[in-house]
Write a protein that binds this ligand. Sequence first.
Ligand SMILES: NC(=O)c1ccc[n+]([C@@H]2O[C@H](COP(=O)([O-])OP(=O)(O)OC[C@H]3O[C@@H](n4cnc5c(N)ncnc54)[C@H](O)[C@@H]3O)[C@@H](O)[C@H]2O)c1
Length: 313
Amino acid sequence: MRDRKEQKKKQKIGVVGGGLMGHGIAYLFAAAGHTVAVFEPAADIRASLPRRLQSILELLGDDPALLARIEAYDALAPAMAGAAFVFEAAPEKLPLKQQIFAELENAVAPETILASNSSAIRSTEISRHLKHRGRVIGTHFWNPPHLVPLVEVIQNENTADDVVRATMALLADAGKVPVHVRRDVPGFVGNRLQHAMKREAFALVAAGVCDADTIDTVVREGFGARTAVLGPMEQADLVGLDLNLDIAEVLYEHLDRTAGPPAVLRDKVKAGKLGMKTGEGMRQWTPEAADAVRSRLSRFLAAQARGRKKNPA
Ligand SMILES: NC(=O)c1ccc[n+]([C@@H]2O[C@H](COP(=O)([O-])OP(=O)(O)OC[C@H]3O[C@@H](n4cnc5c(N)ncnc54)[C@H](O)[C@@H]3O)[C@@H](O)[C@H]2O)c1
């Protein structure tokens, strides 16, 4: 039984994949005092790891000594040996993740907890052919993982209860806000909520009700302005469920229920209009305008993260 006291110990954490998510996950565990081994097969990505970790350090103003606790490896087995937890952040391909987990099973102790950061692939599928499925769990971090507090901890049908508890404790001790998702459903909780809203947004634009810029203004300057401090269930109770019911009676039948991706999304992708990286998606982007959005987001998240460090909840 892995109890909470045991979690407070500084442990070895393995991270598989040192890309966008992997380097942030490695950083946050090193910042919490653990030693971290990152397996990254691509030489150029491995070589850029120290620079990327250094820029997080500068953003957050942490003690430079923490970087010495992170080591990069070019092979999986030596990197993961002795790890108490492994967080997989490799590309989003089921056969690849299944192969990595099969290799992990031979590289770590039977009690090592194996977590996948997949956004969409269920850990039930990833662990289907393993011998010890009870120690496999989903941990869905949000980008950037060192700045966004939430981690969805997804228990699949085989995950043992003590594995959920140990993972939640490790994440909470590292300053994250873990939530227990009790069933391994596609999209977990956060992406289901996010994409339910996006489906409606795409439908409103496609129907000519408003343009894409207006959608963003309505969210950012409207309910988004309070969403960071008021969840939708709190908001429903705040205004009263009777009012919610009255609105649902009138409105819900008009909300978009298209099965599958909307035509506007398929058409844009087919036309090569992919968003900021191509200069046009739902909106038009110059490189400067795209950089301004990225920098606005990064400054906002970093200021929030620094604020949480000064005034922990
Ligand atoms: N990017 C996001 O916003 C986000 C958010 C939440 C979850 N995720 C999930 O996290 C995972 C990683 O996404 P990312 O955005 O960091 O991708 P990424 O492409 O930036 O990083 C993946 C890394 O894995 C490495 N890799 C390739 N083959 C590998 C192998 N066999 N073993 C180990 N590493 C290997 C790649 O070289 C690369 O550096 C995916 O499952 C993704 O769905 C991404």
